[in-house]
Ligand binder design. Structure first.
Ligand SMILES: Cc1cc2nc3c(=O)[nH]c(=O)nc-3n(C[C@H](O)[C@H](O)[C@H](O)COP(=O)(O)OP(=O)(O)OC[C@H]3O[C@@H](n4cnc5c(N)ncnc54)[C@H](O)[C@@H]3O)c2cc1C
Length: 411
C-alpha cells in the first residue's frame, strides 16, 4: 500500500453557498407584502391548528409542503436498540434543528450507514471529519455501480477509504457482478484507489447485503449488525438484489438508516404506505395535475381546495432543486384551480390572518412573525461575530423565543 494521503480540508463551501442561496430566496419571498408568515406553528391532528381549522377559515386553497417528516424503518429485529438512528434525525441534529439539536445520539466508534446515497456521504463526512470516529461501514443491497451519490460529494470522505478492504470486497462479490454483465476490472479501476486511510479512520463498504437484525449487547446497545448476503439478478434491464439466505455479522456499535423518509401521517391527510394518497386519475401532463390533489380512497373523492407539493407529494425524491421544480409545477395546477374563484381582498386576508393569530394565542401557541425572524437573525449574527465563527444558531425553541422577546423588550 502507498503512503497515507493527507486529509482534504473539510470545506462546506458548496453546502454553505446552497444554504445562503436558499435563505436569500426565502427572504425575497417573505419581503413580499402579500406574503404573511406565521412560524413556529405545527399543523396536524392534536395540534393548536388542524387542516380542518384552516379549511374552515375559507382560504381559496391550502398547499401542504411540509416535506417528509416521518421516518422509515426496515422492520427488522432489534431496531429499537439504543444506537439505531434515522439519517434525517442525525442530520437535523448536526444542523442545529430543534428538538433534534438537543437530543443525545449514542454514536460510538464504528458506525454502519445503511444505503449509499448523498445522505450517506453527508453523514459519513460528519462522522469522519468532525466526530473523528474510527470507522464508517456502508451497507448496501447492491454493488458499487448502483451507488446513488455523486463522485464530487464523495471527495470529502475519499481520503478515509480503505482501498485494500475495497479491493477485497469487490473481489468477494465479483462473480455476482459478472453474472449481471458488469465489468469487474473496470469497477476495480474506478473504486479502488492508492493509499492508506487518512489518520487511521476507515471508510469501508459491504456490498450485496441487506440488514436482517440489529444485535444488542447486555446494556441494550448496538453490538453488531446481521445482514443477509445478496446476489444480483436482472429485471427489466435493471439490477435487483435477491437474498441468498446466508448471513454475515458486521461489527459496529451504531446503525444509521439512510433509506429515505415518509410523510407525517399526523398531518391529517389520507395516508397509505408512507405517502399521502393522491388522485389516481391520469390527466394530461407529467406528472399528472391530479398527482397534486390529496384523495380520500374511502369516499373516492378529491379533497377540494387542498394540494400537496415537494417531498409531501413525493417523499425522499431528489435534492432541493427537484422539490422546488415540483412546487413550481404544483403552483400551475393551483393557479388553474384558483382562476375561476373569487379571491380575497387584501383587507379580508389581513382580517383572516389576525383572527388566526388570535386563535393561536388563545391556544397558547407562540407565533413567530417575519419581524421576529429578523430580530433572531440579528442576534445570531452578533453571537457569531462575538465567537469569531462564520455561523451561530440557537439550538432550542425556548431560547429562540426568549431572544426574540428580549430584543422586542429592548426596543
Ligand atoms: C438527511 C437529509 C439530507 C439532505 N441533504 C441535502 C443536501 O445536502 N442538498 C440538497 O439539495 N438536498 C438535501 N436533502 C433533500 C432536501 O432536504 C429536500 O429535497 C427538500 O428539503 C424538500 O423540500 P420540501 O420543501 O418539500 O420539504 P422541507 O424542506 O422538508 O420543508 C418542509 C417544511 O415544512 C415544515 N413542517 C413540517 N411538518 C409541518 C407541520 N406539521 N406543520 C407545519 N410545518 C411543518 C418543516 O419545518 C419545513 O420547514 C436532504 C434531505 C435529507 C432528509
Amino acid at each position: 500500500m502507498g503512503r497515507a494521503s493527507s486529509p482534504k480540508p473539510v470545506t462546506y463551501v458548496e453546502k454553505e453557498k446552497m444554504k445562503t442561496g436558499l435563505r436569500k430566496q426565502f427572504k425575497k419571498i417573505l419581503a413580499d407584502p402579500k406574503v404573511f408568515y406565521l412560524g413556529h406553528v405545527t399543523i396536524g391532528q392534536n395540534q393548536a391548528l388542524t387542516l380542518n381549522d384552516l379549511k374552515a377559515m375559507g382560504f381559496g386553497a391550502i398547499v401542504v409542503t411540509a416535506g417528509a417528516q416521518g421516518t422509515k424503518k426496515l422492520g427488522i429485529e432489534g431496531e429499537d436498540t439504543v444506537g439505531v438512528y434515522h439519517a434525517k434525525d442525525v442530520v437535523y441534529h448536526y444542523n442545529s434543528l430543534p428538538p433534534f439539536s438537543q437530543r443525545t445520539f449514542e454514536i460510538g466508534r464504528r458506525v454502519a450507514i445503511i444505503s449509499m446515497g448523498y445522505v450517506m456521504v453527508d453523514i459519513a463526512n460528519w462522522l469522519l471529519n468532525l466526530k473523528k470516529i474510527d470507522q464508517v461501514v456502508v451497507v448496501a443491497r447492491r454493488g458499487p455501480i448502483e451507488k446513488a451519490y455523486d463522485d464530487n460529494e464523495f471527495e470529502y470522505i475519499e481520503q478515509y477509504l480503505d482501498n485494500a478492504d475495497m479491493k477485497q470486497e469487490i473481489e468477494r462479490i465479483a462473480p455476482h457482478l459478472a453474472a449481471v454483465g458488469q465489468n469487474v476490472d473496470e469497477i476495480l479501476k474506478k473504486f479502488v484507489k492508492e493509499g492508506d486511510p487518512a489518520e487511521g479512520r476507515r471508510l469501508t463498504f459491504r456490498y450485496l447485503c441487506s440488514p436482517t437484525k440489529v444485535i444488542a449487547n447486555e446494556q441494550g446497545r448496538v453490538a453488531a449488525l446481521e445482514a443477509e448476503d445478496n446476489e444480483m439478478i436482472l429485471q427489466d434491464g435493471r439490477t435487483v438484489a435477491k437474498g441468498t439466505g446466508k448471513t454475515r455479522r458486521v461489527e459496529v456499535d451504531c446503525v444509521i438508516y439512510a433509506i429515505g423518509d415518509q410523510v407525517d401521517a399526523s398531518l391529517g391527510l389520507p395516508f397509505s404506505r408512507g405517502a399521502f394518497v393522491t388522485n389516481p386519475e391520469k390527466l394530461p401532463g407529467d406528472p399528472s395535475p391530479a398527482a397534486y390533489q390529496p384523495y380520500d380512497p374511502e369516499t373516492k373523492t378529491v379533497l377540494d381546495g387542498i394540494f400537496v407539493a415537494g417531498w409531501s407529494r413525493n417523499a425522499s425524491v431528489g435534492l432541493v432543486g427537484v422539490a422546488k421544480q415540483d412546487a413550481e409545477r404544483g403552483m400551475k395546477v393551483i393557479n388553474a384551480y384558483l382562476a375561476n374563484k373569487a379571491g380575497l381582498s387584501s383587507g379580508e386576508m389581513e382580517e383572516k390572518i389576525e383572527a388566526l393569530i388570535e386563535t393561536l394565542h388563545k391556544k397558547g401557541a407562540s407565533v413567530v412573525t417575519k419581524e421576529d425572524i429578523e430580530l433572531l437573525e440579528g442576534a445570531e449574527q452578533e453571537q457569531a461575530r462575538a465567537r469569531k465563527t462564520w455561523d451561530f444558531k440557537y439550538i432550542s425553541d425556548d431560547k429562540m423565543l426568549e431572544v426574540i422577546a428580549a430584543r422586542k423588550a429592548a426596543r
